[in-house]
Design a protein around this ligand. Structure first.
Ligand SMILES: [Zn+2]
Length: 158
C-alpha cells in the first residue's frame, strides 16, 4: 500500500515500524519556581495559604482551587509530617530486582492540604500509617532546586 492508495477495509491496513522523538519540558510555574528556589537556597518547604477558605496548599498553588483567589500568603510547612499511605518497591526503574527495597510514601503535614510522595529512609517493617517523619535535605551546596534536594524523609526522633 502506498499513500495514494485508499483502503476502505480496515483488515487490509498495515503498519510501519518507527520511532517519533517526542521530548517534553514542563515548567514548574510561578509557585513551583518559588518553592524550588526556597528549597535550594534555604532548605524550607513552602506552601501557599488561602485566608478566605483557610486552606494551605502543598505543593503551593498560585490560585485557590475552591474560591479561585490569587494566593500571596506563603508559609513554611511544619517540620514534621506523617506517612498517610506507603508502598514498598522491590524492582528498579528497569524492572530488575532492586539491591534493597525502597519505601515510598504519601506524606502529609498537619493543617496542610496536599502533600508529597517521597522515599522514606527506614526499614519497611518500621514504616506504618501515621509514622512521623521529617525531611533530610542535601547539603546546601549540592542542592539543585529539584524535589531530590530532599534526599528522603526519615522517622522523626522524639
Ligand atoms: Zn480559597
Amino acid at each position: 500500500m502506498t499513500f495514494i492508495e485508499k483502503t476502505t477495509d480496515h483488515r487490509k491496513l498495515r503498519r510501519w515500524e518507527g520511532n517519533i522523538e517526542a521530548d517534553y519540558i514542563y515548567t514548574s510555574g510561578l509557585a513551583g519556581e518559588r518553592f524550588f528556589t526556597e528549597l535550594r537556597k534555604n532548605g524550607r518547604i513552602l506552601a501557599t495559604h488561602c485566608p478566605r477558605c483557610d486552606l494551605t496548599y502543598l505543593p503551593p498553588r498560585m490560585y485557590c482551587e475552591r474560591c479561585l483567589a490569587e494566593l500571596r500568603d506563603w508559609k513554611e510547612v511544619p517540620a514534621t509530617g506523617r506517612v498517610e499511605a506507603f508502598t514498598v518497591a522491590r524492582l528498579d526503574e528497569e524492572g530488575h530486582e532492586a539491591p534493597e527495597p525502597q519505601v515510598w510514601a504519601f506524606i502529609k503535614f498537619p493543617g496542610i492540604h496536599g502533600g508529597f510522595v517521597h522515599i522514606v529512609a527506614a526499614p519497611e517493617e518500621k514504616v506504618k500509617r501515621g509514622l512521623e517523619v521529617r525531611p533530610r535535605l542535601k547539603p546546601q551546596p549540592l542542592r539543585t532546586g529539584e524535589i531530590t534536594d530532599i534526599e528522603a524523609f526519615e522517622p522523626a526522633e522524639h
